[in-house]
Design a protein around this ligand. Structure first.
Ligand SMILES: Cc1ncc(COP(=O)(O)O)c(C=O)c1O
Length: 401
């Protein structure tokens, strides 16, 4: 079958709830993928910040092969070794004390909402309101959707779960004004990913941390996109001099295998007791073995620093386009979570022009293109991607007559 045949079959058999790019990805290696017609691409979408180590990394593949022959699944009625080892590694390398495993980002957020409300129930006279940010993204399940700050995603599925307030990003006064006697937590991304790679203003996160501490509110960081070395340190909070009380992870945690995790400080985690929360596949041995292999490799080989070095090169090359290419208005982001702002709503055309030339990118906003390559992307791959991107920008700015 050709790629076109596969796409026709997809249109026939799957829900049409995704705006997919017309590429049937058949296999990958490192930063490269090949489609069903054998065409090669540089993959700077990186599985939407999932493929921290690129495609088919031997460390992840070997861990999966080995674990799948030993034990794929048991249940949370029993203990397994990989879940304990991965939890220990996460705790030893973060400011949090305990880990709950689940299967996706949205589930990690659900867990955090429940933990915050359970804590509010136990120690804050039933406080339950959660302050979230406009343009924040936390997932598609009902709780995570209620926290998500884009009304267009929420409204067709109302009524929304009550108890969520949204305030403008980078507006500390708005957080203060939205706080009531029933507020239990602030839930936010340290850098907004899906919202378009929106950076926190200097001191903003510190200001929120201080406000939460002064008012006995929990600070929940959604590091689902920013975690696992994505922004140049293992967790984005480390660069802001603040610590969350609860942190949500998913995406890159198991190198491409579905997983989610909620981490919390001991005094808060203690409020979830047997029977309060759970999920059949959570802490699954296959997923946690992949997570353990991925995280060990990243930590032992300082892949985070490698990503930070690559980011300097990528950021530098993209920034140099600000002067040369009129369509480019700014380059924003940190580490390997970068976006290029465009002077008009043509990001879909730019991404299509990149694709034709062998580069996969993401039109995160109508006027912004996002890059999230693997942390171990090579200098040559960065240089080639930038050449293609510039050609694509020029082609869109002045299409051939
Ligand atoms: C910051 C953030 N939170 C939550 C989610 C939801 O994660 P998932 O798609 O695994 O449910 C995403 C997904 O893009 C995300 O970027």
């Amino acid at each position: 079958m050709t790629a076109a045949d596969w796409i026709a079959e997809e249109h026939k058999y799957l829900f049409q709830n995704y705006g997919r790019q017309p590429v049937v990805v058949e296999r990958g290696e490192g930063t490269r993928v090949w489609d069903a017609d054998g065409k090669e691409y540089l993959d700077f979408v990186g599985g939407l910040a999932v493929n921290a180590l690129g495609h088919a990394h031997p460390v992840v593949a070997d861990a999966l092969a080995e674990q799948s022959r030993r034990l794929i699944h048991t249940s949370n009625l029993f203990y397994t070794e990989p879940m304990i080892q991965l939890a220990k590694l996460l705790v030893e390398n973060s400011c949090l004390d305990r880990v709950f495993f689940c299967n996706s980002g949205t589930e990690a957020i659900e867990a955090a909402i429940k933990l915050a409300r359970r804590w509010g129930h136990d120690v804050k006279d039933g406080a339950f309101e959660i302050i979230c940010m406009n343009d924040g993204f936390h997932g598609r399940s009902s709780g995570a959707l209620a926290a998500t700050g884009t009304a267009r995603y929420r409204e067709p599925f109302g009524p929304s779960l009550p108890g969520f307030t949204h305030v403008p990003w980078n507006d500390l006064a708005a957080v203060k004004a939205a706080t009531t006697g029933r507020t239990v937590a602030v839930l936010m991304e340290p850098i907004q990913g899906e919202g378009g790679v929106n950076m926190p203003a200097p001191g903003y996160l510190k200001g929120i941390r201080d406000w939460c501490s002064q008012n006995n509110l929990l600070l929940i960081f959604d590091e689902i996109q920013t975690g696992i070395g994505r922004t140049g340190t293992l967790w984005a909070y480390a660069q802001e001099g603040v610590e969350p009380d609860i942190m949500c992870l998913a995406k890159g945690l198991a190198g491409g295998v579905p997983i989610g995790a909620m981490l919390a400080k001991e005094a808060i985690a203690a409020h979830l007791v047997p029977g309060d929360h759970g999920t059949t596949f959570g802490a699954n041995p296959l997923a946690t073995a992949a997570g353990l292999a991925t995280m060990r490799y990243i930590i032992d080989n300082d892949v985070t620093a490698q990503g930070a070095r690559g980011s300097e090169r990528l950021m530098g090359r993209l920034r140099s386009m600000e002067d040369r290419v009129p369509l480019v208005t700014e380059v924003r982001g940190r580490g390997m979570l970068l976006a290029v702002g465009l002077s008009r709503d043509c990001s879909a055309d730019v991404v299509a022009a990149c694709r034709e030339r062998g580069l996969l990118a993401n039109n995160v906003r109508p006027n912004a293109v996002r890059f999230m390559p693997p942390l171990n992307v090579t200098d040559d791959e960065i240089d080639r991607a930038c050449e293609i991107f510039e050609e694509a920008l020029l082609a869109v700015a002045a299409p051939p007559k």
